[in-house]
Design a binder for this molecule. Structure first.
Ligand code: ACO
Length: 337
């Protein structure tokens, strides 16, 4: 398989963690801020509440909490970690927050950097981590998805503000000894022609610096989204990319124990599962509690299902992220050592 050219080592998925956020904002509370209702939001999206970061929370603090918890669950120490990849679109520092997390958790040996691919970010980062492990460059890697979308939300726009929440989740990936490789396959895609469907763009004006030299002065605007277009894109492209990834792995949908999609909308989850003929009991959904937490949604869901004992060692998982870019991708993996 072309994805594995030059591969010398396998990958195992050995730990998970997530951050606990205190504050939840219910649909009923939101209906006091914008013209909406619990009934509209729940029916159209499946969301009942979302968590909002407190004044002292940050991508650094929540990402560090998730990473530390994942490292502990893998029975490792922070100093065992070689690489930290942080998938985020809302860093505390535009130069990157991964190094801040590296410092916060005391992973002094690790190299750390950010990856930005919105709601696909966690799957893209997981696949990137696997390349470093497969080539033998690194042994223990932490992949974090952390986003505070409340920072990029226009709380006056009912079409978007009802969807998003804050959160952080993480996994530990490790080099496998012997022949086994638990990342069975992946498929990643981008389509910049649809970029206008979902943005948090930099808006600026030109300010004269000297003579005819100008500089751009502005700020990042809140999320704008063509909801219907993103919905159409997701229900078509997500089943397609999962089927392609399954094909690379020589598997079929019957081999999947758990489907873990980016938690954007329950209707998208249902439509994808129906197209793939995967029973609803095997579809992981926690969006009623968390809303759409961007790059954090897949690792939070994964961690909740692992900790509750539903996902067991040896289970086959199909992960798929999708969103801004537009970007989308799937990874098929076996959980555990
Ligand atoms: N409360 C009440 N009414 C609302 C709300 C609201 N929160 N939002 C919109 N409406 C109204 C609209 O104004 C419209 O009214 P009108 O017919 O009088 O004009 C009506 O409800 C229908 O609006 P639509 O936008 O057509 O609603 P739709 O059924 O498409 O649902 C939704 C909107 C939930 C956003 C859906 O399109 C969706 O989930 N899309 C996918 C979004 C997504 O998955 N994004 C993921 C990526 S996010 C990332 O990458 C950062």
């Amino acid at each position: 398989m072309s994805q594995q050219t030059g591969q010398t080592h396998g990958v195992a998925f050995v730990g998970s963690g997530s951050a606990k956020l205190e504050t939840a904002l219910s649909n009923v509370q939101l209906a006091k801020i914008v013209d909406t209702s619990d009934e509209w939001i729940a029916t159209r999206t499946g969301i009942r509440q979302r968590h909002i970061a407190g004044p002292g929370d940050s991508v650094r603090s929540l990402g560090a909490e998730a990473a530390a918890s994942a490292i502990a669950s893998a029975n490792l120490q922070p100093t065992d970690i070689d690489l930290i990849l942080l998938a985020t679109s809302t860093p505390d520092d535009l130069f990157g927050s991964a190094c801040q997390i590296q410092h916060e958790i005391g992973a002094s040996r690790a190299v750390a950097f950010d990856i930005t691919a919105a709601c696909s970010g966690f799957v893209f980062a997981l696949v990137t981590a696997a390349q470093f492990i497969r080539t033998g460059a690194y042994r223990n890697v932490v992949v974090i998805g952390a986003d505070l979308l409340s920072r990029l939300t226009d709380w006056r726009d009912r079409r978007t503000c009802v969807l998003f929440g804050d959160g952080a989740g993480a996994i530990v990936m490790q080099r496998c000894e012997g022949e086994s490789d638990h990342l069975l396959s992946f498929d990643l895609r981008s389509d910049g022609t649809l970029n206008d469907c979902l943005n948090a763009a930099y808006e600026h004006e030109s300010v004269t610096l000297a003579g005819d030299i100008t500089v751009q002065k502005g700020h990042f605007s809140p999320v704008t989204m063509n909801g219907r277009e993103v919905y159409r894109f997701a229900v078509k492209r997500v089943p397609e990319v999962i089927e392609k990834a399954l094909f690379h792995a020589g598997l079929s949908t019957k081999d999947i124990d758990w489907l873990i999609l980016h938690q954007a909308n329950q209707r998208i989850l249902d439509a994808v599962a129906t197209r793939l003929k995967i029973p609803s009991e095997q579809v992981v959904s926690n969006m009623a509690k968390h809303g759409n937490t961007d790059a954090a949604s897949i690792p939070i869901a994964l961690d909740e299902w692992v900790r509750s004992g539903k996902i067991k060692n040896g289970d086959t998982l199909a992960l798929s992220g999708f969103g801004a870019g537009l970007s989308w991708g799937a990874a098929i993996l076996k959980w555990g050592q």
